[in-house]
Design a protein around this ligand. Sequence first.
Ligand code: SAH
Length: 521
Amino acid sequence: MAEATQTHPCADVEDVPELSDGDSVSDDDKEQWQWMEEDTQQVTCLFCDRLLNSVPDTLQHCTAEHQVNLIDVIKKHNLDDYSYIKLINFIRSTKCEPSHLMGLPDGPLPWESEDFLRPVIQDDPLLQTDPEDLCGRQGTVASTCRPLEAESNHALLLRATSAEDALARSLEDLQKLKLLVQGLVLNAETGRAANLSSVAELRDDEDEAYFSSYGHYGIHEEMLKDKVRTESYRDFIYSNPEVFRDKVVLDVGCGTCILSMFAAKAGAKQVIAVDQSEIIYQAMDIVRSNKLEDKITLLKGRIEDISLPVEKVDVIISEWMGYFLLFESMLDSVLVARDLYLDDGGSVYPDLCNISLAAVGDEQKHQECIAFWDDVYGFNMSCMRKVVVPEAAVQVLNADTLISEPAVIQTIDCNKVCLSELEFASDFCLKMTKTTDCTALVGYFDVFFDKGCCNKVMFSTGPQVTKTHWKQTVFQLERPFAVQAGEELRGKITLRKNKKDPRSLLVTFELRDRKITYNVQ
Ligand code: SAH
């Protein structure tokens, strides 16, 4: 209370009595301060930047200027104190359009997430107003200010939520501190890394950079413009309407909501679209602009952390694939969603994925990337090889440089696979098609929409077909070796998550008595 008084913009600094601590203020004083504060505090409109002199003025302004009668909204959805607070924060944080608010159908409300308990504006007078008073159940709008001793349930709730908020912030700080200490210990004891193996175990602060990269529109533009990717999803959804008609669909990592909108158009009864990144605020506008708000429910949060408004879903769609398929480890999150929410008989799409390898003979590329370091302006920098070689490169490979038939090293069935199977070892055999030097191996993946589909759809990210934004993953060999056409090159690949960064991969090849580990990051 004292804090709010001291920072009040209308307070005349010279008139403010010195407060040593809260205890020295009498109850009478407290009451007087509270009344003064509420009498003078201005209210920012919910839909524009106007500052109004009181809560009733704000309500009138919202009705006259934005055609939103807040009291009607409260009554229509029968909002209790909790839901009312969430509603106010929802409108402020999502910059929700007035028309959207008035046109909401019955059913799950878009402000159900606990995230909306967090105040968007500090000391928001609208939050300090009791919805019961607004609706005239216990009094009139004018009675929104009350002395402390007559504190309402609403005020208690408000105090509880802001205390919770403060507690959450302290816990966050503690977590950060813990992380810092962990980091120090890890640096001191090299080789002992945290034992994380799933992104589901990551905390928000650890994953912040990942989700903030998806907050920018650029990455979504790139994905949407990847026609091979987006049209495959579209063709699968539109050409198999029986999979979607009257079904409840969960879109894990909805981004701009493109997949959710395809599903809604294909006849889904309800689509629940979840994303933790800030792009979801754009997705809310996109869904409204396409008049699909009655079909698509958007939720901001990590799929691992939020609770859905339904118990089970019939279909899960997601575009989770990363470089070399498993980079990013987003499949972990889809599996969490599958195990929590997919109904018996339901399906995850895409359902099948293959990871393939082939041998590459590209002297020129090897020269440019690896041998380059042996003589740089007359200086020997070949020690750089040991840092350059282990970094797998994401690049588009010229199909003419392939010197073997491809071999599938792993098939993943998203409806059956379990988390531990996303780390694996596999023997492979590459049948050589040319007599030349093998300079690298290339990895890529194929994706299938197959289960129960009348019209099956697939796409490949291999070098022989139209390129995608995943390109290919190239593993340069430090020393090329000779191969003969018809020869079978046998080897072993091991793929595991990097324990220090579970979103990146460590890929080890055992080939011709050599063993080398690459980073895919
Ligand atoms: N479905 C969209 C976006 C795909 S990109 C499209 O096809 O265009 C993947 C999206 O998943 C990103 O927006 C990312 O923020 C989101 N995402 C990744 N892991 C998530 C998780 N665990 N919970 C919620 N969203 C997640």
